[in-house]
Design a protein around this ligand. Sequence first.
Ligand code: ZN
Ligand code: ZN
Length: 229
Amino acid sequence: MNLAAKMPAILEIRTPTGKVYLLEGERRSILVDALNDWYENKIIRSIQRRGSDSLDKVRLILLTHGHLDHFGGAPGLKRKLGCMIAIHELDAEGPRSGRNLPLATRNAWEKITKPFVSRITAEPFEPDFTLEGDEGDLSDYGIHAKWVRTPGHTPGSISVVFPGQTAIVGDLVVGRFNAPRKPAYPLWVKDPQEIKDSVSRVLSYSPKTLLSGHGGPLDADDVRKFFLG
Ligand SMILES: [Zn+2]
Ligand SMILES: [Zn+2]
């Protein structure tokens, strides 16, 4: 299989608080993540700029995990795009409740901010379908890529992997606040070893770059050195 020929164009839509990625296949597209609902118009405009049929092409919003800054905008975007929404079943409680999944705290900053972050709400919704198990294929949605479960930030976090090319990792790995091209641990991690195991899983597909929900793009070698030594 010639993977290079089948790589979709990947459009990064950047905002002050995070990023979403549009995977543009020949006839269908997938939007990975949806940010908070206040970015709806920006996301729609960015997709629209790709061409007259670009909004119609989006058939799926694939959520990397059940945090509000990733799923909050999904129901509004769904209404405008007429597409489906999917998330891993282990994180589906986030969208269903319209709240963040329970947050693990490891440092003072997380302990101070947790009460505020836990209180934020968004429109609750039922995903059109949930992903189950540890991996799957996205070809049915027009994109030749795999999704793999990469827990650590949340139990049902997933990454979208293009073997030998790139991986979209959600909040498994983020860019440093002051050096966004350098890798860092995300917030709200219960067990750092779980992050390392998931990073190792992503790297086993030999991506050259990792695309994060916050910061990046990250060089795969930098990620390997930082997390795996
Ligand atoms: Zn998150
Ligand atoms: Zn996030």
